[in-house]
Design a protein around this ligand. Structure first.
Ligand SMILES: CC(C)(COP(=O)(O)OP(=O)(O)OC[C@H]1O[C@@H](n2cnc3c(N)ncnc32)[C@H](O)[C@@H]1OP(=O)(O)O)[C@@H](O)C(=O)NCCC(=O)NCCS
Length: 334
């Protein structure tokens, strides 16, 4: 799916917030749990540490502070929200949706609220959906949340996946823009045939062995897929919107692995200083990854109004998704 923003009032991000659990798990500590080393993890992934949720913390607990920050940043009350979409593969439970639980706590009594599952690409899919609803006039104020607590579904004896993932969440508020700018277009896709390369077999209605309850991954296949789609999706959305790589001021890729990001930025020809990287501190937080990176860039002054921002996610499904936005307001200060 590919599409340009429609004519009329643009839709933009008016608030941004993120949250990570307190507990820091450094590579050295992981090396005491499984047969790995700080040196191996840093060389192969660029990850140094990640955050891990407490046993009693579920997705909605991690997401709630991010939502509150995004709402405060936008100057929007929970009661004003028309829509809440939570992109996650680790909801509190299969149902009710974490979005509905969050709507209740936030006092968003008139909001439609549902979860969306598109692996680590979930936030990009959710952005596109919310964009569509705001642009069509169905919704005025939307809260889009991306977050995961993958630590809860990992096999803590499997070094190939354990080292990669961390917990965290981010949220944005979407509204019509009063000052131009905003989203220019999206490109989303899925290749179900590759689904078995990154999956959680025993998590739904299909019968699997009792042992199939954890994330399973074919790292090399996912690596090849990731490097391919990060480039093709970015190129497609830029072309659709009549922009070039040279126009991009800030590139916010899914934070899976520094080597994957380096490969994509080299192929695309985006200079290092325009690339947001925080995978070293958080690992791969799945749906939380892109909003966390946006919040980091806003926090250190790298994300500013007027900039053309390219975001591309990829993950389980296998799925991918890009968005191009002209950043509008001083968000991210809450
Ligand atoms: C997982 C990943 C880091 C592995 O890196 P790699 O360079 O492909 O490494 P390989 O899988 O080829 O393994 C190389 C060796 O390291 C070993 N190894 C694997 N994990 C290890 C670990 N945590 N510590 C130490 N050694 C490890 C392997 O057993 C293998 O040993 P062998 O050569 O004796 O068989 C890499 O494939 C990757 O990042 N893939 C994408 C994963 C991803 O991003 N998933 C989420 C997408 S949203």
């Amino acid at each position: 799916m590919i599409g340009k923003a429609r004519e009329g009032d643009p839709v933009t991000v008016t608030g941004l917030g993120c949250h990570v659990p307190e507990r820091v798990l450094a590579n050295e500590e992981l090396a005491r749990l499984v047969d790995t080393s700080d040196e191996w993890i840093v060389t192969r992934t660029g990850i140094r540490e990640r955050r891990i949720a407490a046993p009693e913390e579920a997705l909605s607990d991690i997401a709630l502070p991010a939502c509150r920050r995004a709402l405060a940043d936008a100057g929007v009350e929970g009661a004003d929200l028309d829509l809440i979409i939570v992109a996650t593969v680790t909801p509190d439970m299969a149902f009710p949706a974490s979005a509905a639980l969050l709507a209740d706590v936030l006092g968003a009594s008139k909001a439609a609220a549902y979860d969306l599952s598109a692996g680590c690409t979930g936030f990009m899919y959710a952005l596109a959906q919310a964009y569509g609803m705001v642009a069509a006039g169905l919704v005025e104020k939307a809260l889009v949340v991306g977050g995961d607590v993958l630590s809860k579904i990992l096999d803590w004896d499997d070094r190939s996946t354990l080292i990669l993932f961390g917990d965290g969440a981010g949220a944005v508020v979407l509204e019509r823009s009063r000052s131009g700018g905003g989203f220019l277009g999206f490109e989303l896709g899925a290749e179900g045939a590759g689904g078995v390369h990154l999956w959680l077999p025993g998590s739904g209605s299909r019968a699997f062995d009792e042992s199939e309850k954890h994330v399973k991954m074919n790292g090399r296949e996912v690596f090849k897929f990731a490097t391919r789609v990060l480039v093709s999706s970015a190129e497609q959305v830029l072309a659709e919107c009549g922009r070039t790589v040279e126009d991009v001021d800030l590139y916010v890729p899914h934070q899976a692995n520094v080597r994957i990001i380096d490969h994509a930025t080299r192929k695309l020809g985006i200079p290092e200083e325009k690339v947001v990287i925080n995978v070293d501190r958080y690992g791969n937080t799945s749906s939380g990854s892109i909003p966390l990176a946006l919040a980091d860039a806003a926090g250190d002054g790298r994300l500013r109004p007027g900039q053309l921002v390219l975001m591309t996610g990829m993950g389980a499904g296998l799925t991918w998704g890009s968005a191009l936005i002209e950043w509008t307001e001083e968000v991210g200060s809450a």
